[in-house]
Design a protein around this ligand. Sequence first.
Ligand SMILES: [Zn+2]
Length: 157
Amino acid sequence: MLRRVVGAEVEIAQLEHSPLLTRSYASWLLGRSGVVVAEIRDRSVAVVQLAEDGFEFPAGARRRSLAWADLNVRRVPTESPSPLRPYRAGTSGSGSSLVQHAVEADDDVALCAELVRPVIVGDWHVPFVATLACACSECRRLAATAEPSGSLEVESP
Ligand SMILES: [Zn+2]
């Protein structure tokens, strides 16, 4: 059995153990493949960036949280991961419940798989600051541990 690691290519075999929100897309997700970009919930859940093949993504999100137990690992990355990159800030909620998340460049889905609004001042994209009180704890953890693979970046458009 292949190792469960960030950067692995996976196929969605079932959705029995995955979060409810993910399971609501079962008919759409089963059998699809993607790449694991992060791990959450004590590494039991993988954030999967789905392979783009002409489908419309529900809610516009290409990333879904899926339990590792529901995934078949097809291939693991062979190249060493690229150095950590700074993340941009994205927000969800509003007013006093505003939460700041970490987002990769030109993405509207945070590391924790939350759909977010980018924080832009003029043409400057505000960076994610993990020390802010309103920073998402999941994003804070993932930004510190996520190791995006250089080889996978090349494959995505
Ligand atoms: Zn977050």
